[in-house]
Design a protein around this ligand. Structure first.
Ligand code: 5AD
Ligand code: FES
Length: 354
């Protein structure tokens, strides 16, 4: 599928024609990654952040947010809970927190790997090559780093660099992959200023980077951020709306472009449609969900955007709720680590070992 066809689908408004896209995406998902929905337990262990992203509620300039960092003991407790719930993976996520010592992180990763059979995914922002290497050696399996938008101009506007010589996110993704991480990325849909051309290029870049995981969610304005105050001009036809339907089209097209990748039904999508957001994503290309394991008292403070789904529910409630939702739509719950079929294919093809 090429540029114009992708863009036409993104702009398609006819529900009958869209039905074809949904069905093709669902059939492709079934053929390449099957009926299993894998559960990744999310541990948001620190909301400290050194960055000033214009969209994110954790940005350093947001002084209205109380900051926390969980202890190693608390993180391990969550990891053991993940095992009890039958999850195969934990995702350790934080702001870009330089108060979190890299050696400490390595020891936390090593303990999780020693004490549990879990795959460990990191989502810790743009870190140095040495740190990424150290964590890989400690046993981390996967790394998530969304490039947010493929438009360099837009990215620079919403994402001030920490230093002038830091590598770009695309470069970091290549580095992570070379280190043997299963690599994931993704974008926000409907960032103020994002055009249809930008979003089309985003989807093509997913394919070009041969990603193992791809997360797509709507941009949600946070009032304590520069982008939260601005309103999107709805009458500009070149602008991408941050609508549920546009996100679902992007998810479906991503499944067609990257058939073997793992695609989560994101929390941001569940936030714009609490009753059916996840189910719709799972029916239109997605095969992963990420139940939250963060203790409630911290979860409230991990406010990337306001009104986040599952902010009041305990880890046990999220587990039960998500499992019931998956069964209700006739899918099965994945057992084991749920490694990306994309990665498995790559390692077989090149003779590398993961
Ligand atoms: N709306 C939606 N998604 C957001 N993220 C950050 N801020 C927002 C927001 N305001 C997403 C980014 C980031 C991920 C962890 O959360 O894509 O990579
Ligand atoms: Fe958390 Fe439903 S998934 S409450």
């Amino acid at each position: 599928m090429e540029f114009h066809e992708i863009q036409n689908w993104l702009k398609e408004a006819d529900p009958q024609r869209l039905e074809r896209l949904w069905q093709e995406a669902d059939a492709t998902r079934r053929r390449h990654v099957g009926e299993d929905v894998h559960l990744r337990g999310l541990i948001e262990f620190s909301n400290h952040c050194a960055r000033s992203c214009a969209y994110c509620g954790l940005r350093a300039e947001n002084h209205q947010l109380e900051r926390y960092r969980m202890t190693a003991g608390e993180i391990l407790e969550c990891a053991h809970q993940a095992v009890d719930f039958g999850y195969g993976t934990v995702v350790l996520q934080s702001g870009e927190d330089y108060g979190m010592d890299a050696g400490w992180m390595a020891r936390v990763i090593a303990r999780i790997k020693r004490e549990t059979p879990l795959a460990v995914t990191l989502s810790l922002g743009e870190r140095s090559e040495e740190e990424l290497h150290m964590w890989r050696l400690a046993g981390a399996d996967r790394y998530l780093l969304r490039f947010e938008t493929s438009s360099q101009i837009l990215f620079q506007q919403i994402h001030p660099p920490l230093s002038s010589d830091s590598p770009g996110r695309v470069e970091l993704l290549r580095l992570l992959r070379d280190m043997g991480y299963e690599t994931g990325s993704g974008v926000m849909v409907g960032i103020p200023g994002q055009t249809w051309n930008d979003l089309t290029h985003d989807l093509l870049l997913f394919r070009q980077l041969d990603l193992d995981m791809i997360g797509i969610g709507p941009f949600l304005p946070h009032p304590h951020t520069p982008l939260g105050a601005r309103t999107v001009s709805l009458n500009n036809p070149e602008r991408v709306p941050n609508s549920e339907e546009t996100v679902l089209k992007a998810v479906a097209l991503t499944r067609l472009l990257c058939p073997k990748t793992n695609i989560p039904a994101t929390t941001a999508l569940a936030t714009v449609n609490r009753t059916k957001g996840r189910e719709l994503a799972l029916a239109r290309g997605a095969n992963i969900v990420m139940p939250n394991l963060t203790p409630l008292r911290y979860r409230l403070l991990y406010e990337i955007y306001p009104g986040k789904a599952c902010i009041q529910e305990t880890a046990t409630e999220c587990q039960k709720c998500l499992e019931a939702r998956i069964r209700r739509i006739g899918r099965t719950i994945g057992i084991g680590r749920g490694d990306s079929p994309n990665l498995l294919e790559r390692t077989v093809a090149t003779g590398e070992r993961p």
